[in-house]
Design a protein around this ligand. Structure first.
Ligand SMILES: [Zn+2]
Length: 751
């Protein structure tokens, strides 16, 4: 401010009040942009004693706990799973509960399941026999739960009612705060061949007569009861995933004696289950940090695959504070292992795979598990469990506490393409990463797919780059451009309940991940973002966060008002498109231009009364001539004759460095507000970048201007040159406009 005299200052005041007038007019025209920067208070739930305005759990935050003791038996001949489970339900909420809701996910494959009926389907030209009987003849696999009994601790039948995939347990009297209710369920079901029938769980058959079983959602599991919506009993339709309580598990699984198994939890009887040699390797592996080593070797797996034991073995697992339980078992499995140092604590990375997975699996799987644990632990909290397992399962990509099922199979001759390799590495990072979101930061998947898939897909990219700097990551901002700018009738906001989402992958995985990526890289910066993101993960570790808890924590821990970002990116389907509309080059002159004289006349002053002044003349202006342009910065000292008296040396030096003055008009055809990243390339080949915050659009949603002074001439200007902000139309990003617009391209192609 010290550089301006009173008279100029007063001019500025006049023009700023004119600006206010202009803004008001724009508001009337609908350009004034209060709505996009409006705080989210009207959208987010009111903070309360359970969930605070900061996004942290509140003083009265509670969650239920459910413990399971289960005895399971796999009948390999009939492909059936039998289970008896004892459930202890702890009511930690302040609410008396009249009933409990239990999820019967297997009923999605019951004969009367409505899940296949919800899809609109026309005729195909080719069907597999299975698909023909299923889709045309209406034959349905009978894969639902057979509930044999539900009994209380005294062996008395408990009243229950089944509504498709949900079972209501009618309590004899309301269960009060602090009370527990214990009951048992006996059940069995036909395991589906998931290759033929689909599903996240089931078996894959092989020509040898052997199967690989990847078993999940296999037992009646308690639904979540929370302060947000009471019972989360939205039906399981097959897509929207799960909402589950934490608890302790004690599980015995009886399978043929020649099977190799792993599951959620600490294996209690390792020594009894493994051969002497295998147990020695198991112990050695716990101290082997550099490379994976086999506990069950390829040779042992090949040998086991030839037989079919009639004997059984029971694998015993105990897990504490997990939200689910899953297992994988087959005589085809080999097992490799590697110890991982997670901040001074040893965690075991394991893989189970059959010969069909090699050589790809022995090269990458366990190493990828290790990398994932390291990257995610750094970004969130130290991985709290003792192991993480990756299981090779064709066409699967599914996560459970400590264990996940992953695709990626070489050709029969063992060769594989980069696509198969990166697909396999990517899915392992992703599914192991799900240990953090949602297995530990336990969001409600059935309502909000993005809270686990989107957040997880974001951290996934960091781990993939760390595993292989050339990794073809999938969810960068530039990768969602086609989706966001595509057919708007097939796009839903990210904040859409999982079963109602159009284009699931783009909406619930890529777009939220890309959004977080741009917040970190281009909007907040890594330091602020990482601290806030870690704060969210730690606050909600082993708890049930909601979207508001995430949005609020990211702001609370960073002093970044991101309401505009959440509002636009998560609650609308608007896209980002920022363009360069116009560029004007100005030169400095020592002669008052006709416009300046006109301005002086309007305010009733002489040009001298401007005080020390620099007059700018537009290159395109009628009065512009070479004579005006010829003033060189060194000559600025003569301007109006006053400069020397009023400016110190530093200010003078700065003044003379701006020889070319550019006025750039940015327009915003897109609905989103976003920062403007602008890159200048000069005639000498050098480049410079400037970034303006999204708030630049506060007072005008359509068009803003900026002035830049340089000592050299610009060759080109580009908005968002690396497409960090998912700009959907790059044809309008440059000046001079090098790329033809899409419309021009279309016209040219017609010619
Ligand atoms: Zn996922």
């Amino acid at each position: 401010m010290r550089r301006f005299t009173k008279s100029l200052l007063s001019l500025l005041l006049i023009s700023s009040s004119m600006f206010a007038q202009e803004a008001e007019n724009q508001e009337k025209k609908g350009h004034y942009n209060t709505s996009k920067f409006k705080q989210l208070d009207d959208v987010l739930p009111t903070p309360n004693m359970y969930r605070t305005g900061s996004g942290a759990p509140g003083a009265h935050y509670t969650q239920q706990k459910v413990d399971y003791v289960m005895n399971l038996r796999l009948d390999e001949d009939k492909n059936r799973l039998y289970g008896e489970e004892n459930i202890t339900y702890h009511n930690n909420s302040q609410d008396p509960l009249e009933y409990l809701w239990v999820q019967l996910d297997q009923n999605v494959r019951a004969k009367d399941s409505q899940s296949p009926d919800q899809r609109s389907e026309g005729v195909n030209t080719v069907y597999s026999p299975e698909d023909f009987t299923k889709k045309i003849m209406g034959h349905k696999f009978d894969g639902g739960f057979n509930i044999e009994h539900v009994k209380d601790v005294n062996g008395k039948d408990v009243s229950y009612m089944i509504n498709r995939t949900m079972m209501r347990i009618n309590l004899p009297k309301p269960l009060l705060q602090g009370e527990t209710y214990e009951f048992s369920i006996k059940w069995w079901y036909n395991i589906n061949n998931y290759i033929a029938e689909g599903g996240r769980s089931g078996y894959e058959p092989f020509e040898s007569g052997n199967n690989i079983y990847v078993i999940a959602q296999f037992f009646p599991r308690l639904a979540v009861y929370s302060d947000i919506e009471g019972w989360q009993n939205l039906q399981f339709w097959g897509r929207g995933e799960f909402a589950l309580e934490f608890g302790d598990y004690d599980v015995n699984i009886t399978v043929p004696a020649d099977h190799v198994m792993n599951a959620t939890g600490v294996l209690q009887n390792t020594k009894k289950l493994l051969s002497k040699k295998q147990y020695k390797r198991f112990e050695k592996a716990q101290k082997t940090f550099d490379n994976p080593m086999y506990i069950v070797t390829p040779e042992e797996a090949l040998e086991a695959e030839k037989g079919r034991s009639k004997k059984t073995k029971t694998w015993h697992f105990k897990a504490q504070n997990v939200r689910d339980f899953a297992f994988a078992t087959s005589r085809k499995f080999m097992w490799d292992a590697m110890a991982v140092d997670v901040n001074g604590k040893t965690v075991m990375a394991y893989s189970l795979f059959s010969k069909e997975g090699n050589p790809l699996w022995e090269e990458h799987s366990t190493r990828v598990v290790a990398q994932t644990l390291k990257t995610y632990s750094r970004m969130t909290f130290d991985y709290p469990y003792h192991k993480a397992i990756s299981v090779h399962a064709r066409r699967q990509g599914m996560e459970y506490p400590m264990i996940c099922f992953n695709y990626g199979r070489p050709k029969p001759d063992g060769t594989y393409s980069d696509r198969v390799k990166y697909g396999m590495i990517g899915v392992i990072v992703h599914e192991v990463g799900h240990n953090f979101f949602p297995m530990i930061v336990n969001s409600d998947e059935r309502r909000w797919t993005w809270m686990d898939e989107g957040i997880n897909s974001f951290v996934e990219m960091l781990a993939e780059y760390e595993y292989d700097p050339n990794f073809p990551v999938r969810s960068l901002p530039s990768g969602v451009v086609g989706y966001m700018g595509g057919d708007q009738s097939r796009i839903s906001p990210i904040m859409t309940q999982s079963n109602n989402i159009y284009q699931f992958g783009s909406n619930a995985y890529a777009k939220p991940a890309a959004g977080l990526w741009m917040l970190r890289k281009s909007i907040m910066g890594e330091e602020l973002f990482d601290f806030a993101f870690r704060t969210y993960a730690r606050r909600w570790m082993f708890k049930h966060p909601s979207p508001a808890d995430f949005f609020r924590t990211m702001e609370d821990a960073s002093a970044f008002d991101l309401d505009w970002f959440w509002r636009g990116w998560f609650y609308t389907t608007d896209w980002n498109d920022i363009a360069i509309k116009d560029v004007n080059l100005f030169y400095v002159t020592d002669k008052p231009t006709p416009e300046a004289l006109e301005l002086a006349k309007r305010y009733g002053i002489t040009p001298e009364q401007f005080g020390p002044a620099l007059f700018l003349v537009n290159e395109k202006s009628e009065v512009f001539d070479e004579n005006l342009k010829s003033v060189e910065p060194e000559d600025y000292t003569v301007l109006s004759g006053h400069i020397n008296e009023h400016l110190d040396e530093e200010a003078k030096a700065e003044l003379t460095s701006a020889k070319y003055i550019y006025e750039v008009t940015f327009s915003k055809p897109g609905g989103l507000v976003m920062p403007i990243i602008v890159e200048f390339e000069f005639e000498d080949g050098t480049k410079e970048r400037k970034q303006f915050p999204a708030q630049i659009w506060r007072f005008n949603d359509k068009e803003v201007m900026k002035v830049f002074g340089f000592d050299k001439k610009i060759k080109s200007i580009t908005v968002d040159p690396e497409n960090e902000l998912a700009d959907i139309d790059e044809s309008n990003n440059s000046w001079p406009n090098a790329k033809p617009s899409k419309f021009e391209e279309f016209k040219n192609s017609k010619k």
